[in-house]
Design a protein around this ligand. Structure first.
Ligand code: UGA
Length: 494
C-alpha cells in the first residue's frame, strides 16, 4: 500500500502521482489531482505541448482547466516533462493516459501500451501502482500487466496494475472530475483499491476547494466508489459509452419516424425522458455523435464482441444510423438546393460538440467533406475549433464572426450546439444571406422564431418551415466572396 503524506495545504494527505500522456484525459486528470492536493508530474512525447504547459499555456480548450492548472502551478503541485523516466520514477501511482489506436481492420493496436510497459519496467526504481485510465478497449489492462511483468523480470513484484476508467465529458471535464456520478476501479488486490480510494478521498469525501463553484457546490448524491476486477471495469466503460451512443441513434431513428408521420421528436423524447427508467439525457436528435470516444468505443466494442463470437447487431445498427445522419443532412439541403455546385454554404460549428475545440470524428467535418465533393463553397465559423479544422480543410473560408460566414451564403448548416448559435439574430442574418435557408443539425432554434424571421428552415424530426419570401434575398446584394486564401481566422492558435 502507498503511504500518504500529510498535506498542510488542504489538511489532507497527498501522494506522488505521475500522469503519462497529456491529452484531454491525462491533462484534466493531472491538473485536478494536483488541485485535490497530490504532487503530480505529467509527461508527454509531444515536446511542443510540454513546452506550452511549462510556459503556463493550456493546449486544449476545456472550461476551467486553465484556472485549475494556474492554481496547481502556483502551489507547486504540478510539473511537466518530456522525460518519461523522470515521471516514472517520481510517481508512486502512475496514471496511463495514452490512447490506443484502431487499425484499418477494426482491431485494436496495443503497441503504445506495450511500449509504455517496457519503459515503466525498465525505469522504475521503486514499487508502482500502474493505473490504466485512457479510453481503452477491454484487454488494455491485461496487455499492460503482461508487458510490465514480462519486461520487469526479477522486479515483477514492483508492480500492481489497476483500471480506473474515466467518465468525464469534454467541455465539462473539470466539473465531471470533481463531481462524478461514480468512481470506478478495477483491481487485482484489495491494496490497489485502498490506494485508489486514498487518491480520490478528497473528492469522495467532498473535501476539496472546488475550482468551479467556489464553496457553493450543488448538492448531489454521495459518490459511489465501485470496485470490480479489471476486465469488469473495462467492460463497464465500453458498455456505458456504447449504451449512450445507442440512445442517441435511437432518438435519431425516432426523428426520422417523426418526420414521416408529422410528429415533433423534441416533444416525444421530452415526455419519454420523464420516465426515470429512460431518463431525459442523450435523446437529442440531430447530426449524431462524434468525438474521439463514442465512435471508437462503439467500434471497439463491436470488435471485442465479435472476437468472442457475439454479433452485437444493435450496436452495429447504432453505428450505421449515426453515419447516415450526414446523408440525411445533405438530403435536406438538396431538397432546397438541388445543385450544390458553386453554392455558398455557411457551416456553423466545427467542434464535435459545444465547449471544446476537438474536431475528431466531428459530424461537421463529414458535412464539409460532402459539400466540397459536390462543388459547394464552404464558409465556416466556430468559436474554438477553426485552427484545427483549417489544418484539415485549408480550402474552406473561415470567419470568427458567424454573420460573416453567412454573408452571401445560399444556405447555413448548424453542426454544433454552441450557445452562440442558439442566440443568433436571424433577422440580421437573413439580410446578409443570399437565400434565407437553414438546416439545423442540432435542433437549436424554434420553427416559430425561424418563421418570424422568414427563413426556410429544416431541422431533425420536427418538420419544415417554408419561407414566405421569394427564394432569392431581395433586400441586400450579397457581398463579394473573398478568396479562401484571404479568409480571416482570428480564433486563437493551437
Ligand atoms: C463521452 C461520454 O459522455 C463520457 O462519459 C466519456 O467519459 C467520454 O465519452 C469518453 O469515453 O472519454 P464526450 O465524447 O466528451 O463524452 O461527449 P458527449 O457529451 O458524451 O457527446 C458525444 C457526442 O454525442 C457529441 O457529438 C454530441 O453532440 C452527441 N450527442 C450527445 C447527441 O448527438 N445527442 C445527445 O443527446 C447527446
Amino acid at each position: 500500500m502507498l503511504a500518504c503524506r500529510p498535506n498542510s495545504g488542504l489538511g489532507d494527505n497527498y501522494l506522488r502521482v505521475s500522469v503519462i500522456g497529456c491529452g484531454h484525459v491525462g491533462l484534466v486528470t493531472g491538473a485536478c489531482l494536483a488541485a485535490a492536493g497530490h504532487q503530480v508530474v505529467c509527461t508527454d512525447t509531444d515536446a511542443a505541448r510540454i513546452a506550452m504547459l511549462t510556459a503556463g499555456g493550456v493546449p486544449v480548450y476545456e472550461p476551467h482547466l486553465g484556472a485549475v492548472l494556474r492554481s496547481a502551478r502556483k502551489a507547486r503541485r504540478v510539473s511537466f516533462t518530456t522525460n518519461p523516466t523522470e515521471a516514472i520514477r517520481a510517481g508512486e501511482a502512475i496514471f496511463v493516459c495514452v490512447g490506443t489506436l484502431t487499425r484499418e481492420n477494426g482491431e485494436t493496436d496495443f503497441s503504445a501500451i506495450d511500449h509504455l510497459a517496457l519503459q515503466i519496467a525498465q525505469e522504475a526504481r521503486s514499487p508502482k501502482l500502474v493505473i490504466e485510465k485512457s479510453t481503452v478497449p477491454t484487454r488494455a489492462g491485461a496487455e499492460l500487466r503482461r508487458g510490465l511483468f514480462t519486461y520487469a523480470n526479477s522486479r515483477a513484484n514492483y508492480f500492481r496494475v489497476a483500471s480506473n476508467p474515466e467518465f468525464m465529458r469534454e467541455g465539462t471535464a473539470v466539473s465531471d472530475f470533481f463531481h462524478p456520478d461514480r468512481i470506478l476501479v478495477g483491481v487485482e488486490e484489495q491494496s490497489a483499491a485502498t490506494d485508489l480510494h486514498a487518491i480520490y478521498s478528497s473528492i469522495l469525501e467532498r473535501r476539496f476547494a472546488c475550482p468551479i463553484h467556489a464553496g457553493n457546490c450543488p448538492s448531489t448524491p454521495e459518490v459511489e466508489f465501485v470496485v470490480t476486477d479489471i476486465k469488469e471495469a473495462e467492460l463497464i466503460k465500453h458498455a456505458s459509452d456504447s449504451f449512450l451512443a445507442l440512445k442517441i441513434s435511437y432518438a435519431n431513428v425516432l426523428a426520422d419516424i417523426c418526420e414521416k408521420i408529422g410528429a415533433d421528436v423534441d416533444r416525444v423524447t421530452r415526455a419519454m425522458g420523464l420516465d426515470p427508467r429512460i431518463g431525459a439525457q442523450f435523446l437529442k436528435a440531430g447530426l449524431g455523435f462524434g468525438g474521439f470516444c463514442f465512435p471508437n468505443d462503439v467500434q471497439a466494442f463491436i470488435e471485442l464482441s465479435a472476437s468472442v463470437g457475439i454479433d452485437f447487431a444493435i450496436l452495429k445498427a447504432a453505428e450505421r444510423v449515426n453515419k447516415e445522419r450526414i446523408d440525411v443532412c445533405i438530403d435536406k439541403l438538396r431538397r432546397a438546393l438541388p445543385a450544390l455546385k458553386n453554392k455558398r454554404v455557411a457551416v456553423l460549428g466545427l467542434a464535435f460538440k459545444a465547449d471544446t475545440d476537438d474536431v475528431r470524428f466531428a459530424p461537421a467535418l463529414e458535412v464539409i467533406k460532402r459539400l466540397l465533393e459536390e462543388g459547394a463553397k464552404v464558409r465556416a465559423s466556430d468559436p474554438e475549433a477553426m485552427p484545427r479544422t483549417k489544418a484539415k480543410f485549408p480550402q474552406v473560408s473561415y470567419y470568427s464572426d458567424p454573420y460573416e460566414a453567412m454573408r452571401g451564403a445560399d444556405a447555413a448548416i448548424i453542426c454544433t450546439d454552441w450557445d452562440l448559435f442558439k442566440t443568433l439574430d436571424w433577422k440580421h442574418a437573413g439580410k446578409l444571406m443570399a437565400r434565407k435557408l437553414v438546416i439545423d443539425g442540432r435542433n437549436l432554434n424554434s420553427h416559430q422564431a425561424m418563421q418570424d424571421s422568414d427563413f426556410e428552415y429544416y431541422s431533425f424530426g420536427r418538420g419544415t418551415t417554408a419561407s414566405r419570401s421569394p427564394v432569392e434575398n431581395p433586400v441586400e446584394t450579397p457581398a463579394p466572396i473573398e478568396d479562401p486564401c484571404d479568409a480571416v481566422v482570428t480564433a486563437k492558435a493551437i
